[in-house]
Design a protein around this ligand. Structure first.
Ligand code: SF4
Length: 204
């Protein structure tokens, strides 16, 4: 599994580089100081993102790691108290489950966000954190990734080939499930606080 996580790390770096070039070319950059998307509740991330995040956390300085983990655990305690999430069943298996946790955590910020809007795990952040911002459009202005709405310009798919990016991600996800002994890829996700604090390998 370590090899798959290493390959995923490479995929994430490549994604960031391609996205940075596309943003520069199309002159679309997040507004300085804006971190709204990190403060409006939990979105879903894949199990591979989760395993990668947990593994990468070992590279983060101990005092930062403790801070992020304490916050994540505090948030999971609160969500469990509200009956919105369970550490015993940490997977999101449907759109309904994703919508529900997103709604019920809407006032929570990511546990990795610091007071000044910085990401404490920036080098290791999940896939979606690297590509979210302006809308990405394909041919005939088809929306391939809905952006945050603050942008008046889009990124054309020709500059950031998001469909092939998703395909590469699928290959790695499939490899992860195969390695775990599953015959096919399952549509299961989780949230960042669970990814940081729980060993999700056993849920594969
Ligand atoms: S991991 Fe970083 S970029 Fe992603 S939501 Fe959390 S603070 Fe924001």
């Amino acid at each position: 599994m370590k090899k798959i996580i290493r390959n995923y790390s490479r995929f994430l770096k490549l994604t960031s580089d391609q996205y940075a070039s596309a943003s520069q070319k199309n002159k679309v950059k997040c507004k300085r100081g804006c971190y709204e998307c990190c403060t409006v509740g939990f979105f879903d991330i894949t199990l591979l993102d989760a395993l990668h995040l947990r593994e990468s956390l070992k590279q983060v300085p101990p005092h930062i790691r403790k801070r992020v983990l304490d916050k994540a655990n505090e948030q999971l305690d609160l969500l469990e108290k509200k009956g919105a999430f369970s550490r015993e069943d940490p997977l999101l298996k449907s759109l309904k489950a994703i919508d529900s946790i997103s709604r019920r955590s809407a006032k929570m910020s990511c546990p990795a966000l610091n007071e000044t809007g910085g990401c404490l795990i920036y080098e290791h952040r999940p896939h979606i954190c690297r590509i979210f911002g302006p809308t990405i459009r394909g041919k005939r202005r088809a929306v391939h990734l809905e952006g945050c709405g603050y942008f008046t310009r889009d990124i054309p798919e020709a500059d950031f080939p998001i469909l092939s990016n998703y395909k590469d991600e699928e290959v790695l996800l499939k490899a992860m499930f195969t390695k775990a002994g599953k015959k096919r890829k399952r549509e299961v996700d989780t949230i960042i606080p669970a990814a940081l604090t729980l060993d999700l390998k056993k849920w594969l």
